[in-house]
Design a protein around this ligand. Structure first.
Ligand SMILES: [Zn+2]
Length: 511
């Protein structure tokens, strides 16, 4: 019935001469990777009515000459799990201002296990962007048997499978793992294969923050591919990177492995953010996974035997990324004065050993941290691959006293504005595809990701001269500029360069 109605609206639109919004004379990049062509774009209701020459009338007409129209960007790797349902941030303007219209949550094994409830909440409250959800393996695991370092019993595995099955039936697009995080890191490959088989039964994908992005990078890619081969799931390697000295220079080899798997018919893709620094918990940067079991970090650091051992681990982690200067505090809730400062700078200011600073922070509950652990050269190899989507690894935010990674505000305009338009590292059409058609294809989204008649009216109209990231590591709470119009399900969240406050985002369900 719903489909029939949509079809009638669509057919009606073709003969009817009334559109809600027409972008006149935009340079249209449709998400396929094809070159831009000058077209009118007409939308009506939540659909794109026509891409071509519009002869009918429109409630609103925008002179789009010289501006670029593209499908709304789809952020495959996002952590807005709590932010997208929180009143202060669900507008998600730090992403809509990047031209982003859909975010994928549940990544790295973290987020809501109750998929139905999350999607219903988004539908009821509204959001600035649509939400696609992945079932988070780590959260499923801890719900069933806690944060412990062992394999599940057969009974526990059965319970995990039930939760995955339920999540897929409620509309999840796949399963995600975070194999460096507690408790995901305690899972053997076979446990994940078992769960991924359930996901494959529903046509979903397997996305992974792989077991190592450093010394064990290549083995970790092999593991992800093998999970895809054994389960039948397409594999999405999250935030592909070569982190720490141990992995520098290995991006070519990493990509060759993925391309070899693709050549033998395995569906493997990846995503990447265009920055040479990452961001996660300080504990994950400085301590081995065994030290995090059960959340007892503070106790272990105070333990007379384990304490010195962990101090040595922390010190060695500095060496892997050159020095303690390469770790910067993004948010330490117990002392905001640390935000934006490197471990090294905090140590010098208080005449302490940098290891002592890390121990202090970890004992006080830890901090979100930025790690300058990658090389631009490795990043440049990955970002030119036609199977690498652009994704932020960020979350819904608004400017605050935190000093978060600039990827939260700038990922999409950075790849498009800085790398494609300014540096000319690749074509604009390629950069747009990596943010739209490609992630839609990876997810199996049927009616988004392309700017074509009949598709959902998620789109962005931007000025190529000013569409740029403005957030930096020094000053990260800066919105991107240059998005003139952004519509989500046909409703403008940015109109004539200004946010509207509308919350037309929906929870999207697979199938
Ligand atoms: Zn991750």
């Amino acid at each position: 019935m719903r489909n029939l109605l949509a079809l009638l609206l669509l057919l009606g639109g073709a003969f009817d001469d009334d559109a809600d919004l027409v972008l006149r004379g935009a340079v249209v990049y449709d998400g396929t990777g094809g070159e831009g062509v000058v077209r009118d774009v007409a939308i009506k209701g939540d659909r794109i009515l026509a891409v071509g020459e519009w002869k009918g009338t429109a409630k609103t007409t925008v002179d789009a000459q010289g501006l670029v129209a593209a499908p709304g960007f789809i952020d495959l790797h996002n952590h807005s799990d709590t932010g997208i349902v929180a009143e202060a941030t669900r507008e998600n303007y730090n992403f809509t201002s990047q031209g982003c219209t859909t975010v994928v949550t549940g990544n790295c094994g973290m987020g809501a296990v109750d998929v139905g409830k999350l999607l219903r909440t988004v539908d009821e409250q509204g959001a600035g962007t649509n939400v696609v959800h992945l079932i988070p393996h780590g959260a499923v695991r801890s719900q069933v048997f806690g944060s412990v370092r062992r394999a599940p019993t057969p009974d526990e595995l059965a319970k995990m499978k039930e939760l995955v099955e339920k999540g897929m039936k409620e509309g999840a697009f796949g399963l995600s793992t975070g194999l460096i995080y507690v408790p995901g890191t305690y899972a053997e490959t076979e446990e994940i294969v078992e769960l991924a088989r359930v996901v494959h039964g529903h046509g979903g994908l397997y996305a992974s923050h792989i077991r190592s992005e450093a010394a064990g990078l290549l083995d970790a890619i092999d593991e992800a591919i093998s999970i895809g081969e054994k389960s039948g799931c397409p594999v999405q390697i999250s935030h592909l990177k070569c982190s720490t000295k141990e992995a520098w220079g290995k991006m070519g080899e990493a990509c060759a492995k993925i391309e070899a798997a693709r050549a033998r018919g395995v569906k493997v893709t990846a995503d990447q953010y265009p920055y040479a620094a990452s961001s996660t918990a300080l504990a994950s940067y400085t301590l081995p996974a065994w030290a995090l079991e059960g959340g007892k970090v503070a106790e272990r650091l105070s333990d007379p035997e384990l304490g010195p051992k962990l101090r040595k681990e922390i010190s060695e982690s500095f060496d892997r990324r050159d020095n303690p200067n390469k770790l910067m505090i993004a948010n330490f809730p117990k002392n905001k004065a640390y935000n934006g400062k490197s471990i090294d700078a905090i140590a010098r200011a208080s005449s302490r050993d940098p290891v002592d600073v890390v121990v202090e922070i970890l004992k006080a509950g830890g901090a979100a941290t930025i790690g300058f652990s990658m090389r631009e050269e490795d990043m440049a190899v990955g970002m030119k691959k036609e199977w690498v989507a652009t994704a932020s690894d960020g979350s819904a935010k608004r400017p605050s006293d935190e000093r978060p990674h600039p990827r939260n505000y700038g990922t999409f305009p950075r790849k498009i504005g800085l790398y494609a338009l300014e540096k000319k590292s690749f074509a604009l059409a390629f950069a747009i595809r990596s943010a739209s058609g490609l992630p839609a294809d990876i997810l199996g989204l049927k009616d988004r990701g392309y700017l074509k008649a009949g598709y959902k009216a998620d789109l962005v109209l931007f000025d190529p001269a000013t569409f740029r990231d403005r957030a930096t590591f020094e000053d990260p709470n800066q919105y991107s500029t240059g998005a003139r119009w952004v519509t989500v399900n046909g409703v403008a969240v940015i109109a004539d360069g200004k946010k509207t406050g509308a919350l037309p985002g929906k929870g999207l369900r697979r199938g």
